[in-house]
Design a protein around this ligand. Sequence first.
Ligand code: ATP
Length: 864
Amino acid sequence: MNWHLLPLSEIVQLLNTTPSGIDAVTASEHLREHGKNQIEDKKKKTILQMLLHQLLDFMILILITAAVISGILGDVTDAVIILAIVVINAFVGFIQEYRAEKAMEALKNMVANHARILREGKMIDTPASDLVPGDVVVLEAGNIIPADVRFFETHQVKVDESALTGESNNVEKNPEELSAGDYPLGDRANMGYKGTSITSGRALAYVVATGMNTELGNIAKMIQTDETTTPLQKRLTAFGKRLSVTILIICTVIFLIGWLRGESVLTMLITSISLAVAAIPEALPALVTIALAFGAKKLAKSNALIRKLPAVETLGSVTYICSDKTGTLTLNKMTVQEIFETSDTKYDAVFAESNMLLHIMALNNDVSKEENGKWLGDSTEVALVQYAFDKNLNRADLELKFPRIAELPFDSKRKCMTTIHQIENPAADQSTAIIVITKGAVDVLFDKLNVDQKSLIPEFELKVNEMAEKGYRVLGYAMKILPSLPENLDADEIETELTLIGFAGMIDPPREEARQAVTECKEAGIIPVMITGDHKLTAKAIAEKLGIISTDEDLVLTGPELTALTQIEFINIVEKVKVYARVNPEQKLRIINALQSKNHFVAMTGDGVNDAPALKNADIGIAMGINGTEVSKEASHMILLDDNFATIVVAIKHGRKIFDNILKFIKYIMTGNSGEIWAIFLAPFFGLPIPLLAIHILWINLVTDGLPGLALASEPSESNIMKRPPRNPKENIFSNGMAIHILWVGFLMGAVTIGMQAWAIHSANTHWQTMAFTVLCFSQLGHVIIIRSGTQSIFKIGFFSNKPMLGALTITIILQFTIIYTPFFNEVFKTQPLTIYELLLTLAASSIIFCSGEFEKWIKNRNK
Ligand code: ATP
């Protein structure tokens, strides 16, 4: 439908709507007819596809074929049990993949966009997915357009359509009907498209298309990117491929040796393939997704909402946190502490009473008053209007006498705002008809003063510095009188030739918890940096209170100083700068680039539309949940639901723990696999038969590896987690001794297993196979206990500090006893009940792994 060519009256008719929106009944009808306003994920697998994916694995297929052949040739029980285990394994794999998928979906839903719409004239906030054609959306700067819309009321609206058209310039929008013709998307000035964002102004618009019917829906297939694969998963997948080849070679060797030693071909085939199936850790990437997605769920409870899964993994690598000041490091609760009025008397006649500064404080203000008498709006604005109000200057009364006729809204780049008012009783010659009041950052105002006052600037600066050194945010007020409202409302023309009236100094106290979080950061090798639009001295005073600046070496750099530096000069000092004052959001990108070029891993906060590029380019872009615009949220990796700096540090701590536990899990699984391979590979070299049957291998893989391995995810964080430096994101996960551990502990497991086997065979014990099998199982359990901490002894962290682990160990032991001591399973698993003596022997042998693991930690700690 060519919505852009239709007159608004026709659109209203077609959509069965009105400028005040539709009613709930029509909305639900439209919802039924058009479906949810969602872009469908084409890549989503169905349940059947997920199940088949598990079963149609090449190795699994060969194993099934071999088991069926062996069943036909005679050993039916063996074949059935292998098939059963393979099916259970596939089912567990399916559940894991399904859970990973569901967890990802839940994550997506948590960060769903919201939209403000009118329904029967009332403004409501609703999930963007509930929008239907006919809805009226209320849009303002910072909003992402939630569906395809036709504007019917606009106020200086500009839209960034680069997501859709690739065009980087912002496009102006208006409600006018277009004359007939062919218009590419970028030229349809009366339309807004889903996924593009409003960069300035505000507007009302009719939703004309939703979900897959939008332009974004049309190209959705093209732009669906895979944002869910994390660096670790990529590395594991690549590593898994290489490992698979190695394991396949080892298994082929095992097969050939066994065959040459005279074992049956089929038995050797099944054993070696079972070993390959068990040892190739193909489920690892899915398990990592689960661990990360569940980690993300926990993080949400701590007020950190993860938008991109890799962030959970990379949080632990953050070396720099660059944080906005207002609201994140401070409470964003401003109160005016003192004001200072200049002695300029030029405009004394404008207001009847003498307190000129208070008058203009009340007039140049953008707050509204709620019914219950509370001010609503930016905290700076609230503080200023409240101060004037307390001194008996009420904005509402004043506005009757000096009505606002125009304004230049606050802009963090200009760092000031202007309101223009009509004077109630202008002079007869109309020379004093209009007041222009500008308020803003003092240094910005100084540049806008009239020539008479320029010479007084050093004097003003002394006063400002005195206030700023106390940590006050100082705003200046200036004004001028004009005969008429200028035609061109351009800031450069209007905000000139001003007369400074005075300053207001207000305080925004630092957050107590931020101070503690700063200390914690420093201990954890993370450098906190404050970025603010505020004055250098104000920023410095607050940074000192928070502990961000603690030595004389720590630098404060202002935006203009930064502009004057070349990138090389900046890179040379960037690690010393702890505070950036008077910076524009655009400069954040430069800060990130400089830090990254020094190999730092940067987390950066942001809330405005202009912060989006910095948030995207930071290693972890953090948006504000309460005061952040949608555009900034969309560009971020993580959202702080409470806008609080301390939450970033909590998230980093969680991130480090989650990553630690994933590494522990990998270490556990791989060491176990290495143990099985060593045992089966080494046995023939000592003239021993293969110690384990295929079903034993598959059992260990399913039960002994699976249950306790999963419980490692519940491991509490280690006590030194925030006392050690950040992890290098490029570091190989197998460095730091992991590969060596996997090899030597695996070797020890294999050696103990075949040692037990050799001893039993030597003593003519017919239970040798069950003993070897049990030794391997119990060795793994001993191993999982020591792996719970990489550095601390289990006697220090306590056996009972991970309850799910206790449960998993108990169940595994019960299951192992069941297959050893019940006649039915003895048949099935070809096991024999062990005597107490044999059981104690196996326990003693397997405890070697536990003891040597503890010994390894002791040696490591002693060397430290
Ligand atoms: P942050 O510390 O998070 O960067 P900020 O409030 O310092 O936040 P901006 O909101 O970009 O950053 O403000 C920049 C500067 O503009 C402030 O330091 C102040 O001098 C001035 N300013 C802030 N709010 C207003 C306002 N409502 N009217 C006029 N000037 C303002």
